[in-house]
Design a binder for this molecule. Structure first.
Ligand SMILES: Nc1nc2c(ncn2[C@@H]2O[C@H](COP(=O)(O)OP(=O)(O)OP(=O)(O)O)[C@@H](O)[C@H]2O)c(=O)[nH]1
Ligand SMILES: [Zn+2]
Length: 356
């Protein structure tokens, strides 16, 4: 079952792991990591996507491994039943998305690990146009998380058969936000094209039609092979993010991409995002801050904040400023309520915080 085992040197302290193979982490469940070997990841067409189960090598120390991580694997990477490989290296992450403080406090993994997804290229913000009505506050929060993580946002507006997109799109006119409209009978071609060649994270509130969309994008059969049989093994899994391989588009030779579904993630945390970075989620407001006093927190109680005049002059939608300030306040709350170290260091005690 384990080719070459007897002929290999069995030193446990090989410094470099020259024989390590590259893998892509698609699911995490109770200290076990499901990885797809590089190569298989791109090349496999059809149902079978072989996965390797791995655990963390002790040498990783306290470094976490999350879905989307590119890792180096040693040991038994055959993927055979019962085989266990070891993750010995985590490649530098090109992006990191963190969850909010209140998500998934019930598991040890959830409490310890705030990073949910690494190396995403795109954040697909799924929002219904009706039933439930769109929540721009949620979309704004996701946009901030995306810009902060250097992940491209894509607005996916579902239930377009129930309501038009004009109001939502009107709110975002200044942003030139890429978007797709979805209805039960719509052709997914445009969306698939935007997902091609990338790792895209899907996020959305309950009821917006995210599962419906994921089911249409990735047929059940593919998922059963890719993840359920690999980690489910008949028991309930506590996984909070799962990468799913998109099926190849007939007649198209390019990489169809991956989607990462985030069933347990209600939103993304912004406690680590500075007030100025938060502003990057509101490019329509940025210019309005050029005349702000130094260290302006841009909150409503900053008497000299330039944003009030900017909005009063009709340069931006007042709802956008209100949304920005709500996020500023909630971000401070996230840090406070969970005892997380917030942005204001002890040395800054004489400066008032954003929400006080
Ligand atoms: N009219 C309409 N209904 C839809 C559409 N997409 C999904 N639905 C319905 O909306 C409801 C919620 O869809 P789900 O896919 O379960 O929503 P979800 O976002 O996954 O929500 P959770 O399962 O709670 O996480 C279901 O009754 C779907 O049939 C759509 O495009 N148009
Ligand atoms: Zn200001």
């Amino acid at each position: 079952m384990r080719p070459g085992k007897s002929s290999r040197p069995r030193t446990r302290t090989r410094p470099q792991h020259a024989d390590a193979v590259d893998g892509f982490v698609i699911a995490v469940d109770r200290g076990r990591y499901q990885c797809v070997l590089a190569g298989a990841e791109r090349g496999v067409v059809g149902a079978e996507l072989p996965t390797v189960t791995a655990m963390r090598a002790r040498e990783l120390g306290r470094k976490s491994v999350v879905v989307g991580d590119r890792v180096s694997l040693v040991g038994d990477t055959s993927g055979a039943e019962g085989a266990l490989a070891r993750i010995v290296r985590i490649a530098e992450r090109r992006s990191v998305l963190r969850r909010t403080a209140d998500d998934d406090e019930t598991t040890a993994e959830g409490r310890l690990e705030r990073v949910v997804v690494a190396n995403a290229d795109q954040l697909v913000i799924v929002s219904a146009l009706a039933d439930p009505p769109p929540r721009t506050g949620f979309i704004d929060r996701c946009l901030v998380a995306a810009y902060d993580a250097d992940v491209e946002p894509l607005l996916c507006l579902t239930k377009a058969d129930l309501a038009g997109p004009e109001e939502v799109l009107g709110y975002y006119t200044e942003l030139e936000l890429p978007y797709v409209l979805n209805r039960p009978d719509s052709d997914l071609g445009a969306l698939r094209a935007l997902l091609g060649g990338r790792v895209s994270v899907l996020v959305g509130h309950s009821g917006v039609g995210k599962s419906t969309l994921v089911n249409r994008l990735v047929p059940d059969a593919l998922r059963a092979v890719g993840v359920v049989s690999a980690i489910g093994r008949g028991r309930h899994t506590s996984t909070s993010a799962v990468a799913l391989r998109l099926p190849p588009v007939p007649g198209v030779d390019t990489d169809p991409g991956w989607i990462i579904d985030t069933p347990g993630i209600r939103s993304f945390g912004l406690a680590h995002v500075s007030a100025d970075s938060l502003l990057h989620g509101f490019p329509d407001l940025v210019e309005g801050t050029v005349d702000c006093p130094p260290n302006c927190q841009h909150t409503a109680d900053e008497a000299a904040c330039g944003l009030d005049a900017w909005v009063a002059a009709g340069k931006a939608d007042p709802r956008r400023l209100a949304s920005y300030r709500r996020l500023l306040a909630s971000r401070a709350g996230e840090g406070d309520s969970r005892g997380e170290s917030d942005q204001r260091g002890p040395g800054e005690g004489d400066r008032r915080g954003p929400d006080e």
